[in-house]
Design a binder for this molecule. Structure first.
Ligand SMILES: *Cc1c(COP(=O)(O)O)cnc(C)c1O
Length: 465
């Protein structure tokens, strides 16, 4: 036997054992990490020894030493930022992707991955009710999904203005006017910065963070030339959705490209009862979302969706002749994303979707929103706790009187470790933010969350009295 299979088995068995132990610890463990990075650097640092270590021992060492510094992010009691867990089928499929080790840029070289990702892409378009002929690319997250959509926008707007971006670059090019809602995610600005498009104009938003279409209209009218409008499905603090119907109508009248950042909110489209939130969303030109949030696949996985496949492939394709291109319609995976070499990250998406089925996807998203509503209702009943947003989707923002008290409650909740929630600032106030994004969050976890916040608040009040 050549060096091969036998040498993997011990290390893989060790990894499976440690993974199992980690997952089994999730229902009960303190959610926050027990050690800070500065406590752990010495464990992993030091000079690299000249001698190696057997693979299984490396895995044992990692698992043992990393454990105190792990956050229970895949736990149903984790409500921080917007962070999904991992569905069993998606996690196992992700292991397979690593074992298969397919460099997934070329359809001809890795036909299985290409076929699986194309199927996943079609399922996604159906579930999210987006145009069935749109191009789908698998990227690392919503930041890159938004970047990819906006890169296609940049290419199209330049081409329509008669500017050859590929040949001449940005210097001397017509300026693209970029508009975002006041409460867009900061990574949208980052994508625009990567693209050399500068700082966008922020369109005023209403009390829940929804862009105001009349303001967009006014701002678009104040200038002329190519324009891009980036809307949002799912506000970090309120879960609110921009009014797509109206805002896209306005953008169209001004000839603007419309991109939607729907990192976690795009998934509302999979739930018939939530259809009102996303009405008109399908009329945009491009969309970015995450699979590692609401869908619950492992990091890192985002999805870029672009209707104008010519613009996307022109922006992302390589235009070289040494690669063996596939002449068929779907095109090569590398033409739709920034990377050439990459893992088959669409495979866990296929596995997640196949394990849930379309009803299961809807049930999962509906379940997250239901759990958020229950947490909000449970806490709204407590005297002194304010729920700052109508909870139509997965996000809840809470305040506890003044900022000092809210910050103290947040610190207390995190220290107690029964649940984990983020402190944040929203509309000039400190808030405790709850995001329900984990498929495994159940009614027990909802109860735990309500109890944890209620008792942290009581403790802070007592301490002050
Ligand atoms: C998380 C998030 C992003 C960024 O996504 P990453 O996956 O972290 O790159 C962008 N927009 C919104 C609304 C988000 O919630």
């Amino acid at each position: 036997m050549s060096a091969g299979a036998g040498q993997y088995s011990e290390a893989l068995a060790a990894a499976a054992r440690h993974a199992q132990e980690w997952l089994e610890s999730l229902p009960d463990r303190h959610v926050g990490p027990g050690a800070a990075a500065h406590d752990l650097v010495d464990v992993f640092a030091g000079p690299l020894p000249p001698q190696g270590m057997p693979a299984a021992e490396v895995v044992d060492y990692l698992a043992l030493k990393a454990e105190p510094g792990l956050m229970a992010m895949p736990s149903g009691r984790f409500f921080g930022w917007v962070i999904g867990g991992t569905l069993p089928a998606a996690l196992a499929a992700d292991w397979l992707v690593s074992a298969w080790d397919q460099n997934s840029g070329l359809r001809y070289a890795t036909p299985a991955i290409a076929a699986i990702e194309e199927a996943a892409g079609r399922w996604l378009l159906q579930l999210l009710r987006l145009p069935e002929d749109a191009d789908v690319g698998f990227v690392t997250g919503a930041t890159m999904a938004n970047f990819t959509g906006m890169a296609a926008a940049r290419w199209r707007l330049m081409a329509d203005a008669g500017w050859d971006l590929d040949r001449d670059g940005l210097a001397g090019a017509p300026r693209i006017r970029c508009f975002v809602g006041q409460e867009r995610h900061d990574t949208v600005d980052l994508g625009l910065r990567y693209l050399g498009l500068g700082r966008p104009a922020a369109v005023p938003a209403d009390a829940q963070g929804r862009l105001i279409p009349a303001e967009l209209d006014r701002m678009l009218s104040e200038g002329s030339g190519p324009a891009m409008v980036c809307l949002q499905a799912g506000n970090l603090h309120s879960g609110a959705f921009d009014p797509f119907d109206e805002a896209i109508g306005v953008a169209r009248r001004h000839g603007a490209w419309v991109h939607i950042d729907g990192a976690f909110g795009l998934w509302a489209a999979a739930v018939p009862e939530l259809a009102d939130l996303v009405r008109g969303m399908e009329l945009a030109d491009s969309w970015g979302t995450d699979a590692h949030k609401t869908l619950n696949v492992p990091y890192d996985c985002g999805i870029a969706i672009v209707k104008d496949s010519n613009a996307l492939r022109s922006a992302m394709g390589l235009h070289t002749s040494y690669l063996i291109h596939d002449a068929e319609g779907p095109g090569d995976p590398f033409e739709k994303v920034p990377e050439l070499s990459r893992r088959g990250r669409g495979v866990p998406v296929w596995a997640a979707l196949r394990s849930l089925g379309s009803d299961g996807v809807a049930a999962q998203v509906r379940g997250l929103a239901d759990a958020a509503a229950r947490i909000a209702a449970g806490l709204a009943a407590v005297d002194g706790i304010e729920v700052l947003n109508p909870v139509d989707y997965t996000q809840v923002s809470l305040a506890f009187g003044d900022d000092t008290t809210t910050r103290a409650v947040t610190a207390r909740v995190i220290e107690d470790g029964k649940v984990w929630m983020s402190g944040s600032r929203w509309q000039g106030r400190d808030v405790l933010r709850v995001s329900v994004s984990n498929w495994s969050t159940d009614m027990d976890d909802v109860g735990t969350a309500v109890d944890a916040v209620t008792s942290a608040f009581a403790a802070v009040r007592t301490g002050k009295a």
